[in-house]
Design a protein around this ligand. Sequence first.
Ligand code: ADP
Length: 271
Amino acid sequence: MSESCSHDCASCSQDCAARDLRLPANQYSTVKHVIGVVSGKGGVGKSTVTAMLAVAAQSQGFQTAILDADVTGPSIPKMFGLHGRAEGSADGIFPMETKTGIRVMSVNLLLEKEDAPVIWRGPVISGMIQQFWQEVIWGDVDYMFVDMPPGTGDVPLTVFQSLPLDGILVVTTPQELVTLIVKKAYNMAKEMNIPVLGFIENMSWFECPDCKKRHAVFGESKLDGVAAEYGIPVLARLPIDPKNTSLADKGAVELSDTDALKSALEAIEKK
Ligand code: ADP
């Protein structure tokens, strides 16, 4: 942001990060809360956590939706067993509904072949995500979770800028360079005036099914220290749980145990 910023973005041509570029939703959509789920890199369980948060919210009676903005690695439809192509009308595209009624839109629901690779450049991907927001008829939604593209590159930046995010949740694992990731996510969110609601540490431990001892498979977590430094709460810690992996693989993520995410959901509801 320039030091002479007048905060009047309409009459300013500067391409600054704080510029309000948020887009209006589809005229048939009223989304009360939009929560972004981010991670420093792929494979840490960001999509799994997004899906489980949505399952938890929907089971508490909130109409919930997932906007799958992880366009190059979309895994949300598969976790819910959603296949085929979303339908549209002259007014927009209809999201698909999961068994419990969660509304989902993902590039996988638009491709002719769901296993076709998405090899688009950044601006095309960003445009697609904006279309998911503007052209999908979401209807009345209490909580929308956005499965963000990993990292802090161009595409996540566009999502940050164009969607009216209430806040973000950062998913980490114990083996990551957590200080760096937290710093980047924190700085990016701060520049956009978006609060970091908290951290969710995934794959924190594995409980031996025989002796019930917990093993820190990926090493001891360093998250508490970093979280305290930034004044951001650790909202939940999830174990490595092969049961959840197999449910997600079978398209039955709605049957997974989401109790551990209750505190994260409560923190979101208080916002
Ligand atoms: P990301 O969205 O960060 O790329 P995913 O959510 O797709 O990561 O997860 C990557 C893989 O790890 C998937 O196969 C998923 O089922 C598995 N996974 C994620 N979280 C856990 C967990 N807590 N326990 C066991 N497997 C997990």
